[in-house]
Design a protein around this ligand. Sequence first.
Ligand code: PNS
Length: 166
Amino acid sequence: MTATERIAICPGSFDPITLGHQDIIERALRIVDRVVVAVSWNSSHVKQGMFTVEDRLTMIREVFSGEPRVEAAEFQGLLVDFARTRSADLVVRGLRGVRDFEYEFQMVQMNRTLDPTIETLFLAPAADVSHISSSLVREISRLGGDAASFVPEPVLRRLEERSRSA
Ligand code: PNS
């Protein structure tokens, strides 16, 4: 790491990573030098989840296997604490529309109170992926639907493996 390198944390549950997440991470790469895709594994997230944290990380690494500026890491505890451990002063979140706004606005204000040195940057996803959510991908997959339009190939492969073995 050089002294001038700018690192952004892109936090989330990523259960699983979608084309919407991928779009936001790629946009963040145009702004910063490196992106740490940070998978939260607080117990509430993991309990309701479809994939283990290890699987989520593996899929993110596969999606960005050609991009050395992206790192996938897990974190437990507060996001601001994790950001500090990675010398990051920027958090990037995707904002899909008004439905995301209230939750995101609350989080940014609380994170800012916890650590005013960490800034949050909201990025709008491409219009053709702005409707995608991991929870709907999980539902579509559980109900036997085709998730090909919503997730990157490594995720689709795992979803298909799961429905074959179900
Ligand atoms: O993909 P999600 O589920 O919307 O991501 C939410 C996430 C993981 C970014 C958020 O829950 C988070 O930052 N969790 C870490 C714990 C924390 O710092 N909580 C206080 C937020 S104000």
